[in-house]
Design a protein around this ligand. Structure first.
Ligand code: PEP
Ligand code: MG
Length: 747
């Protein structure tokens, strides 16, 4: 690269920095910058377009176009060449702009006389801020070096924007991270929370995008990359890496060793950027590419590069995850993603959790659910917008997040929370009363749990017992297989806390979405229908037996209830039950006390079990319908897939007919039947299940009150008649008929 260009771009950056150093209004600075760039580049035009909202760009400053167009000319994302640059995050360089596909002529700017056009995105690590454009009359392509120089300038503009250099009341630019913002995600866990943002990984703030002495910066970047390489080597040498972890680290090593990566950053530095800004420039480019790449594998690799850049930035700036910031009161955790153990570390301190990624069945979601913390997932781009301490409202019911909300929004939100609290008070007054319907039938309400921390809810909710204790959480949150003694101690504490009330311990339900960090992952094409739950337990009975031993020892003579997940056929259940009986025998012979009463039941989570031979219903002590799984297999609609997961109504009359068959099968053998999927905690669904004859429902503790209140208001035989009538009338779902009927019921 010619030395002249290098020093030109450095000179340009230095002039830019001088402009920015002078205190002034945001608009004056933008104007000065466009003038400066046009002058330095020898172009007739330089313009800055900035985002006004998520998909509108506005001409905010120009040298060379008509001044009257400033703050008037706007375009949508993707519209015209400027919109194209903004959408793709890639530069557009053309000698004949009017001939380009998508060119939009804007008469108010007098643009038509300019043939050559170079637009580069103004973006900061994936956060799109605007577009910087230079144009000239002579039809020529801008040289590679010129493109590079404009990109570097755009990078500095982005950094300075982040630092608030262009904000003001003079129409210049909205203050970043100050405006209200709303994010539409998806529900991970219902509930509402108001609090202050706590970023799991705070953003690294770069305050020195331009540097004077490139050699010092090059030393710094080489030193930091060296440190990074050593840290990756150390990680790679650590023991207990599984294949996948190793692959990720090897990809990291490849990037960290990549000569191209370091060379590009060094070139950026030679053009006047600081080491930090050079890392961010590369990171931004990787993020922009990430959005364009359809190939999942390549996207993941770009994601690796992104993570690596973050590490490098932390090394350079010394800003670790622990910035010394104080966690605010009522913290709401905001993160790209978070592991279950990390989330548990925060524990109940958190009022809410908002993730950019995550899924309904992710471990973090399971933990959030167990902790009853409202969780919104898929809140795209929120980590780029939120700052520690920002006011935030989390609406877990709707999957919506309000960041820095207007007061009117906050007020409406508080009204909603107050109404919910009011209702909770009403439910609390029902705590000691049975869920007895008007017809005299009493429904038994139990709660679902998975952590020791859930047990106090047993008292508070008025649940009669724990209808589903998901034991896998204890396995998921550790980084190695828990020991029998550890588990026995934990199960004993659970039983102690339950104070004699029944706790149905479900044996390990792993596989599908729940992958243990210390187990070899199976690359299964369809894990929900793969090697999971009891299938693993039977094929590798060591863990199942260890868990059963821990349960027997924990019970220490007390009654014990064991439930197997994902039983698909009679033989599987009989085999699993055989393991338990053998362990009882073994424990007894070792001198341990055995349970005074033992119940061994099965979860019905696959349609096939509903058609199992009569012998199964006679052998099992109870059946508990795992509606989450049963429904996904009944409708062939993945419970994890946002596109289809709400497509079929639980009150669909075909599904209800199927549940009725299970009720009938259990009735023949007098087998107790319960339902422990999420639907049991939704009042209308719970009412329908009770009306079909399912006498025990197990749900989140917070649902016990609402479900009880509704059941006490109604006559279940009437509700049943409503369902039958809806079916006779050929309805698809019983919901509309039940809702109409309910509306006519006295409060
Ligand atoms: C179910 O499938 O309904 C169930 C209760 O189990 P899980 O949600 O843990 O799969
Ligand atoms: Mg299940």
């Amino acid at each position: 690269m010619p030395e002249r260009t290098e020093s030109e771009s450095r000179k340009l950056l230095r002039r830019l920095r001088d402009v920015l150093a002078v205190p002034g209004k945001g608009q004056d600075r933008l104007d000065a910058i466009t003038h400066l760039i046009a002058d330095s580049m020898g172009t007739e035009v330089c313009s800055i377009y900035l985002f006004r909202d998520e998909d509108t760009l506005e001409l905010c400053a120009t040298e060379g176009l008509k001044k009257a167009a400033v703050h008037q000319t706007r375009m949508k994302l993707g519209e015209g060449l400027v919109g194209r640059v903004a959408r793709t995050g890639q530069p557009v360089n053309t000698a004949n702009a009017p001939a380009e596909k998508g060119f939009r002529y804007m008469p108010e700017t007098g643009e038509e006389i300019f043939s050559s056009f170079l637009g580069v995105p103004i973006q900061r690590v994936g956060e799109k801020l605007g577009v910087l454009v230079v144009q000239s009359r002579t039809g020529r392509l801008f040289s590679e070096d010129e493109v590079y120089a404009v990109e570097v300038v755009a990078m500095v503009l982005a950094e300075m924007t982040e630092l608030g250099a262009f904000t003001g009341d003079d129409g210049a630019m909205r203050a970043l991270h100050k405006q209200p913002a709303m994010f539409r995600g998806a529900t991970g866990q219902e509930g509402a929370a108001e609090g202050r943002v706590w970023l799991h990984e705070p953003r690294v703030v770069v305050t020195n995008p331009v540097a004077d002495d490139p050699l010092t910066e090059i030393d710094r970047i080489r030193g930091a990359v060296g440190e990074l390489r050593v840290s990756i080597e150390d990680l790679l040498e650590a023991e207990e890496l599984d294949k996948e972890q190793k692959q990720v680290l090897e990809a990291y090593r490849m990037f960290a060793q990549s000569r191209g990566w370091l060379r590009r950053m060094e070139e950026d530095i030679m053009r006047g950027l600081s080491a930090e800004a050079a890392v961010e420039k590369e990171q931004s480019a990787a993020r922009a590419r990430m959005e364009q790449v359809p190939d999942a594998y390549l996207r993941e690799r770009l994601q690796d590069l992104d993570d690596l850049s973050n590490r490098l930035l932390r090394i350079l700036t010394g800003q670790g995850a622990d910035t010394g910031a104080q966690m605010p009161d009522n913290p709401v955790l905001v993160a790209r993603n978070i592991g279950p153990a990390e989330l548990l570390d925060y524990g109940r301190k958190l009022k809410g959790v908002v993730l950019e990624e995550g899924s309904v069945g992710s471990h973090a979601a399971i933990v959030a659910r167990a902790l009853a913390i409202p969780l919104v997932i898929h809140a795209a781009r929120i980590t780029g917008e939120a700052l520690n301490g920002d006011h935030i409202l989390v609406d877990g019911d709707q999957g919506i997040v309000h960041l820095r909300p207007e007061e009117t929004v906050a007020r409406a939100f508080r009204d909603k929370i107050a109404m919910q609290a009011e209702a909770q008070k009403r439910y609390a007054s029902l705590r000691g009363l049975p869920a007895q319907a008007k017809c005299g039938t009493t429904i038994h309400l139990h709660m679902n749990a998975g952590l020791m921390a859930d047990l106090p809810s047993l008292e508070g909710s008025g649940a009669e017992g724990v209808g589903l204790f998901r034991t896998e959480l204890q396995f998921l949150i550790r980084n190695k297989m828990p020991q029998r003694a550890e588990l026995a101690a934990l199960y004993a504490r659970v039983m102690d806390a339950a104070g004699g009330r029944r706790v149905a311990f479900r044996t390990l339900d792993i596989g599908s979405d729940k992958v243990l960090p210390y187990m070899k992952p199976n690359d299964e094409p369809n894990p929900a229908m793969g090697w999971r739950a009891l299938r693993v337990g039977l094929d590798k009975p060591g863990v199942l037996r260890m868990q059963v031993q821990a349960l027997i020892r924990a019970a220490n003579g007390r009654p014990l209830t064991i439930m197997f997940p994902f039983v698909t056929e009679h033989g599987e259940f009989a085999e699993a039950r055989g393991h338990v009986l053998r362990e009882i025998h073994r424990e007894k012979s070792l001198g341990h006390r055995v349970p005074e009463r033992l119940e061994i039941g099965a979860m019905c989570e696959t349609p096939s079990l509903a058609f199992a031979p009569q012998a199964f219903f006679e052998l099992t002590d109870f059946v508990s319908i795992g509606g989450n799984d049963l429904k996904q297999f009944f409708f062939a609609a993945d419970r994890e897939n946002e596109r289809v997961r709400r497509r079929y109504d639980t009150l669909n009359l075909s599904f209800l007919a199927f549940l009725e068959q299970i009720v009938a099968r259990c009735a023949v053998s007098d087998t107790p039947l319960s339902f422990c999927g999420e639907d049991a905690g939704r009042p209308i669904e719970a009412l329908a299940l009770a009306a079909l004859g399912i006498g025990t429902l197990s749900m989140r503790p917070a649902s016990v009150g609402p479900v009880k209140a509704l059941i006490r208001r109604v006559d279940l035989t009437e509700a049943r008649a409503v369902i039958d009538r809806a079916r006779a009338e050929g309805a698809e779902s019983a919901r509309p008929a039940l809702m109409d009927w309910l509306a006519a019921q006295p409060e």
